[in-house]
Design a protein around this ligand. Structure first.
Ligand SMILES: NC(=O)c1ccc[n+]([C@@H]2O[C@H](COP(=O)([O-])OP(=O)(O)OC[C@H]3O[C@@H](n4cnc5c(N)ncnc54)[C@H](OP(=O)(O)O)[C@@H]3O)[C@@H](O)[C@H]2O)c1
Length: 339
């Protein structure tokens, strides 16, 4: 039997990806197209440039975008799930307001969208696997330099009454409750498909198209213009390369041994000083690159499941170790890009 036949979803099958125009989703699509899958990607507004990008690189009939403008509408996913063998739900459905005023509303919005997708998937016998993009914050973002995260780690908002907390974050609670409630739904409804999640940490690397916003990579390119914002709100960072993150999503989709699993995507801890040194190496004449924060402390925490994730990358992609910060930033930043 060839590896082709052993996959949970054979190469050549059609896979649905939500939020296809996003930083991470676009890489997941590229990995899947390279492997031989065809992809249907949901977008909220028409994105002909995205269709053109995949058409140019992978040829005709490999990628199609479909409009799903609102995950909250009844039957919003009914059409796009038809005929697909797998689904990777990457989009984070926060309400469109840039500042989410009400955390409880944001959580309901996310959970509702997630459940609608799970329900739609369960109506299709063709769907063998569903993968959700969660986040390390769902496992409980560390509050100090020493911590231990494992597959059963959850942010406290899933077990406590988060409404009494003064330190609420819509994003953190949406990711944690979004993933937790999805597992609960699967446990209760026992769908025919296998369900896995991927929990990336701070994801960096190449942005595939100028019309893709760049998400977290934008924070690092902002440093090239002297914007020190990321120093302030990302304490204790670990990072992961966007291709490693994308490959782990693909593995969660096709690898027969990954079943009911939370896959952690996190390469290693870093300090901003390391990032600044690499940026200066890439753009030696750029005077806008700031000094790193003083007195940075490298985290000594443990993320137990990353050993398993590294093994999965090696077994499925022949990859020896996580992509390094240097390679990751070199991929994401052009040497000659303007300051
Ligand atoms: N980047 C990281 O470091 C990181 C780490 C952990 C987890 N994640 C997770 O990875 C996923 C992708 O993140 P990313 O960094 O690639 O972000 P991104 O580039 O900003 O992509 C986000 C995608 O979600 C879509 N989206 C936003 N609000 C939506 C809504 N209300 N309904 C439907 N779609 C909506 C966006 O569509 P529009 O373009 O139409 O707004 C876009 O396609 C998210 O689930 C995020 O939480 C990211």
């Amino acid at each position: 039997m060839t590896p082709f036949q052993q996959n949970a979803i054979p190469y050549g099958s059609k896979v649905l990806i939500t939020g296809a125009n996003g930083f991470i989703a676009s890489h997941i699509i590229a990995v899947l197209l390279d492997l031989g899958y065809t992809v249907r990607g949901t977008v909220r507004t028409p994105t002909p440039w995205l269709d053109d990008y995949y058409l140019e690189k992978w040829g005709p009939h490999r990628f199609e975008s479909v409009l799903v403008p609102d995950f909250q509408k009844p039957n919003s996913f009914d059409e796009c799930v038809q005929g697909v063998s797998g689904i990777i739900h990457v989009a984070q459905a926060l309400p469109s307001s840039p500042v989410v005023q009400d955390v409880d509303d944001a959580v309901s919005y996310t959970v509702n969208g997630n459940v609608k997708l799970l329900e739609a998937a369960s109506t299709q016998s063709s769907v063998k696997r569903v993968v959700f993009t969660s986040s390390i914050v769902a496992a409980g973002y560390p509050k100090g330099p020493e911590f231990k995260l494992d597959v059963d780690s959850w942010d406290e908002c899933v077990s406590q009454d988060a409404r009494s907390s003064v330190d609420r974050s819509a994003y953190r609670e949406c990711k944690a409750q979004g993933e937790f409630q999805a597992w609960k739904w699967v446990e209760k409804n026992q769908p025919a498909f296998e369900f896995n999640t991927v929990l990336p940490w701070f994801t960096l690397g190449k942005v595939l198209h100028p019309k893709i916003g760049g998400s977290t990579m934008k924070y690092v390119t902002g440093l090239l213009q002297g914007n020190t914002l990321p120093f302030k709100f990302l304490p204790l960072p670990w990072f992961v390369d966007v291709v490693d993150t994308a490959r782990l999503h693909a593995i969660a989709l096709f690898c027969p041994t990954v079943r009911s699993e939370r896959v952690f995507a996190a390469a290693s801890p870093f300090v901003w000083e390391e990032v600044i040194q690499i940026l200066r190496k890439i753009q030696p004449d750029n005077q806008s690159i700031p000094e790193p924060p003083r007195d940075e402390r490298m985290t000594v925490g443990e993320v137990i499941p990353v050993a398993r994730a590294a093994k999965l990358l090696a077994e499925n992609f022949g990859q020896l170790g996580w992509t390094t910060m240097e390679t990751c930033l070199e991929g994401g930043i052009k040497k000659d890009s303007a300051k």
